[in-house]
Design a protein around this ligand. Structure first.
Ligand code: SAM
Length: 368
């Protein structure tokens, strides 16, 4: 683990809102260089994650714990959210900067009404990979219409196949069977290859690692094991809660031998491992033990239109102010280029026990 380095340079200064807005507006008026944009570490911009809602119907204990996200929690008012038209407009500008993959997330993205309409608008932008991360609870109802609208693939989160463990983790008593039905519906609709995300938290669902691999081996679905991260400020993360990816691979490989596989493309988040008997593959996302900041080409657009250049950022850049303030697409393009070209984030490479409690935005707001 790297030594502690003060957080400020990771996400830039934390300017006051008025200063930040004024400086982004000024950047919008300065013509950006033509051609693809690169950040301060030479990283391009090819992925965009869009959070379409900060609400969720789960209360996963590591993400939206009930004691913080209770019945009195103040979610964003509807007027604060970017509309579908606004999202599509911003997305188009990002595509102009080289974005080829868009992931819709949240909160639970399928809670946003008529999401298919947004998918349709994004699909019209051209040759894009449009994916969605969901807890799967609404897929039985929505998989086909999403596919028809132009969604390419889907990632479904499922932290255990053991009903008791899963109900305890989602904390709303939702059964495993409901998510498995959603996965089947997505596969039947052709949203494949389908990925299944499992966040592994020590002492909570380690026992589910091997059964999960066993269950999905040979189905064509790819289980991706995610190291538990210190996102946000509400999950009380400790390094001891992390089960290292190497340990996950070792546990599975003992029963179902694995061999490393080449990445599908440079910058792929998950390390791929294939079953030696040819029955498929798994992925591990070692965001804590083997940070992959050096290849990170992802921008994040929050529910209310703020651009974040890192999952662990402390502040975002208010694109909604430009969108609603009469700025042109070209000016939006300039502003995004200015933000991206100053980007030097590499939080995961600098993470230590000391950085974990520092203020960060919640994943449900910025989008997982
Ligand atoms: N509601 C959707 C879902 O359940 O997939 C999308 C949003 S959720 C925040 C996106 C992903 O982030 C899920 O796979 C979730 O398990 C993962 N996640 C949330 N908190 C995490 C944490 N602290 N560490 C690692 N992954 C986390």
């Amino acid at each position: 683990m790297a030594n502690f380095i003060p957080l400020t340079p990771v996400t830039g200064d934390a300017p006051t809102t008025q200063n930040a807005i004024a400086s982004l507006r000024a950047a919008a008026l300065r013509p950006a260089l033509p051609g693809p944009v690169a950040d301060a570490m030479g990283r391009g911009l090819s992925d965009l994650r869009i959070s379409v809602t900060d609400r969720c119907n789960f209360r996963c204990v590591y993400c939206m714990p009930k004691d913080v996200f209770g019945s009195d929690y103040q979610y964003l008012p509807h007027a604060a959210l970017l509309s579908f038209e606004e999202i599509a407009r911003v997305a188009k500008v990002f595509v102009g900067h080289g974005v080829r993959k868009i992931r819709l997330t949240g909160g639970e993205p399928l809670l946003r009404k008529n999401l298919e309409k947004l998918v349709e608008m994004l699909a019209r932008l051209g040759n894009l990979d449009i994916t969605l991360t969901t807890n799967g609870t609404l897929l039985v109802k929505k998989a086909k219409s999403l596919r028809d609208a132009g969604l390419t693939r889907v990632t479904v989160s499922l932290d255990s196949l053991d009903d008791k463990t899963f109900r305890a983790m989602n904390d709303v008593d939702f059964p495993v069977s409901g998510v498995l039905k959603g996965i089947d519906a997505a596969a039947a609709a052709g949203l494949s290859p389908l990925k299944v995300n499992m966040v592994v938290k020590a002492g909570m669902n380690e026992d589910s690692i091997v059964p999960m691999a066993r269950h999905f081996k040979g189905t064509g679905h790819i289980v991706r094991y995610i190291e538990y991260m210190d996102v946000g400020a509400t999950n009380g993360w400790r390094m001891d809660d992390v089960v290292p990816a190497a340990e996950i691979v070792r546990l599975i490989s003992e029963e179902m031998p694995l061999a490393p596989a080449d990445p599908n493309y440079s910058g792929e988040v998950a390390q791929r491992w294939r079953y030696q008997d040819g029955t498929g593959e798994i992925g591990v996302i070692a965001s804590v033990t083997q940070a992959f900041c050096q290849d990170c080409t992802r921008a994040r657009l929050s529910t209310e239109g703020k651009l974040y250049t890192c999952l662990f950022a402390t502040h975002g850049h208010d694109l909604r102010d430009l969108v609603r303030g009469g700025f042109s697409d070209e000016q939006l393009r300039n502003a995004i280029a200015a933000v991206w070209s100053r980007r030097a984030d590499r939080y995961s490479q600098l993470r230590t026990a000391a950085t974990a409690p520092m203020p960060k935005v919640e994943m449900s707001y910025i989008g997982g």
